[in-house]
Design a binder for this molecule. Structure first.
Ligand code: ASP
Length: 712
């Protein structure tokens, strides 16, 4: 019986129009849905090798790294690889003018030199279970969305609590297919994760913004951490007593690399895709959300980049912030370009017509789904102006850094107690917040952006959504936002560490509330709450339509296998090492080399400078065991469907060995979160041999190589 099912599925997967390489698959369903296809592409593992609840499997070597990336364990002593850009904020937090690890790199030469990272955790998946029935069965169809959500919330808690009762595990239960299914993830979260090594940014971030999201790529985007457990092997906060984690599995590292068309698999935590968005939603992304974000970030980056170039200290302080802002900014530019080039709206409309034709062919479908598209059209029309406002709130007013101080002070005034001990504790917390905040704060940046971003909000957002303070600025400053900003920064205590800490020392809620930065924040807060209420109501209704639309598509196109959109849960995507043809007359080869790194070298440049040692190693062809045929491969392209969150994911060959670390996508394929096109979409990975080469030959941290299992 099983054989027949598999054979049948293999045929279905090969039907024209179905793209085996598209998709982010749920590990527990691989046996049914993907195993045969994966094996036909060159995988020599079974689904059980990849995920098993009963024995150790590849999943036991994979973690959610922090709150936005993936990492993989590569030794029996808890050594972990992720991207340089995933460890960037940790590397930045340890950097100063004296010890500039961002510029120079950092290498612990023994375990006592590793650096601890308070607040950083890694999360393993203990097991996954389909709990759709327990969450959804018997839900009354007449429930309002709010009632439905409340019931589901209660059931999630019941099911989740029961799953982890009596253990130190945590859980998460997430909706899949827009709430048509629910899966439980039992989690084990380790809290002591230490920085072991990072190459200089001239390797780890080589090419910076210019090369980000672009092929050909020459970035050694990796960093090295180590996970520690308590002496009992269980998760524990940082302590000197802690011991290196003894993982259930770790990846052997292949020195063979990948060749053209070799099977590759990416196993990690893609964060968010919207592959089933209707044409109206795609139109909103292209014409509303992406352009607003890009416009506001053009301005933020103009100021931040200029100040970073002018001061070595600001360069360190804003490195991580700048990266986050510019990473999104560039991605959305590529996304719009790709969606336009691929005619994504027309593609969606054609699909919707095909869908509607089928719906209309059956009375029951027509009854249930006949009005879907017109309902979408109406709701998207209503939500459009609110989306404009919500996006501008996020990218202008709320993007000002001192707003965080204002929010913190608001919380403090709200929870201020008359008890002196509690007051002292609250003050202590505020002081710690202040120290952390000002460590990476340069007020002139925030001041200039206060002027320009408030003006942008005023000019671009309908008056009905305007915080009243903007009217006051119009009247009192004649619309001169820069002079308002000057006045604000001269008269508020929130942008100056000494003044803020004096305010904290003599904390008086009334004094805090009369600070002009507090008033500004409250005015934005009130206007935002009014907008957000309406926006959220419409978004809830759109989400409900998504749920129906998803259900309908699976029914109407019953022979197609739909994968669930990414939701930052563990997924497998598979494909092969392959280049592409981005446009007429251009072909992308599937790998780059160290020679190519050196070809891009511009001495002293902000983005393309290189360490002399790397150049010398290349000149001498001193690649150690990591080069082949006189070249050292640096990065490679493959057709694995990935997204943000897959950053740092292991790229695994057909034998379950590590061949690369996923870190990006190509420019043509940045649209893949919305419109995956196998001809245009590729993921970019750093070749694991380049990683080993940098650790061993460049940094001299060979003891790390010794603890890995290398496969020749
Ligand atoms: N480099 C990307 C990111 O920053 C990874 C990806 O989205 O493919 O999220």
């Amino acid at each position: 019986m099983k054989k027949i099912t598999l054979a049948f599925l293999a045929i279905v997967m090969l039907l024209p129009g179905l793209q085996a390489k598209e998709g982010m698959w749920i590990p527990i369903l691989l046996g049914t849905l993907n195993e045969a296809d994966m094996q036909s592409m060159g995988m020599r593992l079974t689904a059980e090798d990849i995920y098993s609840a009963n024995k150790s499997s590849l999943k036991d070597a994979i973690v959610k790294f922090g709150s936005g990336c993936t990492g993989e364990i590569v030794s029996a002593d808890g050594l972990l690889f992720t991207n340089h850009h995933c460890g960037y904020s940790q590397i930045q937090s340890h950097s100063s003018l004296e010890n500039d690890y961002l510029t120079d790199g950092f290498w612990a030469m023994n375990r006592s030199q590793e650096l601890s990272n308070p607040g950083l955790s890694v999360t393993f998946i203990v097991r996954i279970e389909d709990v759709s029935a327990a969450i959804l069965n018997g839900l009354d169809a007449d429930l309002t969305e709010a009632e439905r959500a409340q019931k589901i919330e209660m059931r999630i808690q019941e099911v989740g609590d029961a799953a982890v009762q009596g253990t130190h595990y945590e859980y998460e239960i997430k909706p899949f297919y827009y709430g048509n299914e629910y899966y439980l993830f039992v989690l084990e979260k380790y809290l002591d994760v230490r920085l072991v090594g990072a190459p200089p940014s001239s390797i780890g971030k080589y090419g910076f913004d210019t090369d980000n999201w672009v092929w050909p790529r020459h970035t050694g985007d990796f960093s090295v951490f180590r996970v520690y457990s308590g002496p009992d092997g269980k998760p524990a906060e940082y302590s000197e007593e802690n011991i290196p984690l003894k993982p259930k599995h770790y990846f052997p590292v292949s020195l063979k690399g990948v060749e053209q068309d070799d099977f590759t698999m990416v196993y990690g935590f893609p964060a968010r895709t919207q592959e089933y968005l209707p044409s109206f939603g795609v139109e909103m992304v292209m014409n509303v959300t992406d352009p607003i974000r890009i416009k506001a970030r053009d301005e933020r980056l103009r100021v931040i980049d200029r100040e970073m170039a002018a001061s070595p200290l600001v360069k360190i302080q804003y490195a991580s912030k700048q990266s986050g802002i510019s990473n999104g900014w560039k991605k959305w530019k590529g996304e719009i370009r790709g969606l336009e080039r691929d005619d994504a709206i027309a593609k969606k409309e054609a699909y919707e017509q095909e869908f509607m034709a089928l719906v209309n062919s059956r009375a029951d479908w027509k009854m249930a789904y006949g009005s879907l598209l017109s309902d979408y059209a109406e709701l998207y029309k209503q939500v459009r102006p609110l989306t404009v406002a919500v996006e501008y709130f996020g990218e202008t007013g709320y993007a000002l850094e001192f707003i965080r101080v204002s929010q913190k002070m608001l919380e403090a005034t709200r929870s201020w107690s008359s008890d002196e001990t509690e007051q002292a504790a609250a003050k202590e917390k505020l002081r710690t917040f202040s120290q952390n905040f000002f460590k990476n704060y340069y007020a002139p940046i925030d001041k200039e952006l206060t002027g320009s971003l408030l003006e942008m909000y005023h000019d671009d957002v309908p008056t009905s959504y305007r915080p009243t303070i903007l009217n006051t600025i119009e009247e009192e400053y004649n619309g001169d936002y820069a002079s308002y900003a000057n006045w604000l920064f001269a008269n508020s205590a929130f942008m100056n560490q000494a003044k803020l800490e004096a305010l904290i020392d003599n904390f008086d809620p009334a004094a805090v509330q009369s600070d002009p930065a507090f008033e500004l924040m409250m005015s934005f807060f009130q206007a935002y709450s009014a907008v957000y209420g309406q926006y959220d109501d419409l978004e809830t209704r759109i989400e409900a339509l998504h749920r129906t639309y998803m259900k309908a598509q699976r029914e109407v196109f019953a022979d197609k296998t739909f994968y669930p959109d990414a939701n930052f849960t563990l997924r497998v995507s598979y494909g092969k090492a392959e280049g592409m043809k981005p446009e007429d007359g251009v072909t992308y080869k599937y790998y780059t080399t160290l020679d190519g790194v050196v070809e891009k070298y511009i001495p002293g440049d902000r983005e393309f400078d290189l360490p002399q040692k790397l150049i010398t190693l290349n000149e001498d062809r001193d690649y150690g065991r990591y080069g082949k045929n006189g070249e050292l491969r640096v990065a490679f392209l493959a057709s694995n469907h990935t997204s943000g969150g897959n950053s740092g994911s292991p790229v695994i060959n057909g034998d379950g060995q590590l061949v690369g670390i996923n870190f990006d996508r190509g420019w043509e394929g940045t649209m893949s979160d919305i419109n995956y096109d196998i001809n245009q979409c590729r993921n970019i990975s750093v070749d694991i041999r380049y990683v080993l080469f940098v650790i061993d030959k460049f940094a001299g941290a060979s003891y790390l190589i010794d603890e890995m299992t290398l496969v020749e």
